[in-house]
Design a protein around this ligand. Structure first.
Ligand SMILES: Cc1ncc(COP(=O)(O)O)c(C=O)c1O
Length: 396
């Protein structure tokens, strides 16, 4: 749903060219975490220039020195219109809460709609900060690993999937919530309507809450169709999302939590002001511009990412066919399977030491991450080639 494909197969290269000298001057985490001889491809930021509509909005804000406390009046309506246009999901603006970021949103929703000590299901291998968000709020992590998560060698036959029976067992054992990653980071999986409906049915039977993290949904690619959890009807659930991944705005701090039922929507009204008011003024202004005027740029980005995935596939097949992977259905993160090379649980360490390239270590994503590493391909085809050259060098 959250996808547009135009007839033009070639992404406009100039919009997404990356000047390595320029991005090396960035002061964001991705470019500052490693020494300068390392090619950083771990942190989930993109290397592209900002969407012109976003850059214009930020430039205008700086011209008026508009850097005070954030106000987001009108933003829920703009988000709701965007969600409807892009995905067919039409949330009630009154159900939309604005927060600084998705992890903060998850924590606030857990605090409001679960109790201390409650079990919260996650499905490793999955985004590492999920563990901390649950711990920090005094809830208990219950791991129900994805089924066939490591089936990268058999594309088209065995698909990684949600362990519905495992989740039901956890709910029967007292878990009160499920933290869903939809699309799933790091595997880039887009869950089907059938899978989501089956999850919703099991959760409803136990009156369990679902928090659906949809931060990668705007980056749904090709023929894949992301189904917003809110499209499942009146479900005991909250969608948490942001355009920060798609538009590279993570440092500006603006995200959304959206209630999917009258009760969850009403609960979001109780989020304390101190949790909301660290939302960034520049984040609000940039998000508003992206939601209002960013569709064409986002469509072009999706084409660029699809072509990057082709490029990586081509390079890996040609240069390191032992590295297997499943093409992501959403996002710019490639979950690479190094197990055939027998580099141990954490191949990223060897790649860093010998190839001077940073990937995110597979084991940090929990069970099923051993022998894997995550590569960020939200960059130019040239830097993807350079990344593969460094991987090859590390393996010599
Ligand atoms: C699934 C998922 N959720 C949340 C986040 C972080 O979002 P935020 O920076 O808004 O907390 C990320 C970042 O990569 C992510 O992949």
């Amino acid at each position: 749903v959250a996808t547009r494909l135009s007839a033009d197969p070639d992404p406009p290269a100039d919009l997404f060219a990356v000047d390595l000298d320029l991005v090396r001057q960035r002061r964001s985490a991705k470019w500052r975490m490693f020494p300068s001889d390392v090619l950083p491809m771990s942190v989930a930021e993109t290397d592209f220039a900002l969407a012109p509509c976003v850059a214009d909005a930020l430039r205008a804000a700086l011209e008026r020195s508009d850097t005070g406390y954030a106000m987001w009046d009108g933003l829920p309506e703009i988000f709701a219109a965007w969600a409807k246009r892009r995905s067919g999901w039409a949330p009630d603006p009154a159900a939309v809460a604005v927060l600084p970021d998705v992890i903060a949103a998850i924590e606030e929703v857990l605090k409001l709609l679960t109790a201390p000590g409650d079990g919260v299901v996650i499905m490793p291998p999955v985004y590492p900060p999920f563990w901390r968000a649950i711990d920090d709020t005094g809830r208990r992590v219950v791991e129900v690993p994805l089924l066939d998560a490591s089936s990268t060698g058999t594309v088209g036959t065995v698909q990684p999937r949600i362990d519905l029976d495992g989740i039901e067992t956890a709910l029967r054992g007292g878990a009160r919530a499920v933290l869903l990653c939809s699309p799933h980071n790091p595997l880039g999986l887009v869950w089907s309507r059938g899978e989501l409906a089956a999850l919703a049915e099991r959760c409803a039977a136990y009156d369990a809450l679902v928090i659906s993290d949809e931060i990668h949904a705007p980056l749904t690619l090709g023929d894949a169709r992301h189904v917003p959890y809110g499209c499942l009807g009146d479900v005991h659930a909250v969608v948490v999302t942001s355009v920060s991944k798609a538009f590279n705005l993570a440092g500006l701090k603006c995200a959304f939590a959206v209630g999917c039922s009258p009760a969850t929507s009403a609960a979001l009204q109780q989020i304390p002001i101190q949790a909301r008011n660290t939302t960034g003024q520049l984040g609000v202004l940039a998000t508003e511009a992206a939601l209002r005027d960013g569709d064409d740029w986002l469509d072009a980005l999706l084409q660029q990412l699809a072509s990057n995935i082709d490029a990586l596939d081509h390079e890996l097949t040609a240069d390191v066919p032992q590295v297997r992977w499943r093409r992501p259905e959403a996002g710019y993160l490639a979950w690479l399977d190094f197990r055939a090379l027998e580099l141990g649980d954490d191949p990223a360490q060897r790649l860093l030491d010998r190839g001077r390239i940073a990937l995110l270590p597979g084991p940090s994503f929990g069970a099923g991450g051993e022998g894997f590493a995550r590569l960020n391909i939200g960059t130019s085809p040239e830097l993807i080639s350079e990344g593969v050259r460094r991987i090859v060098r590390a393996l010599r």
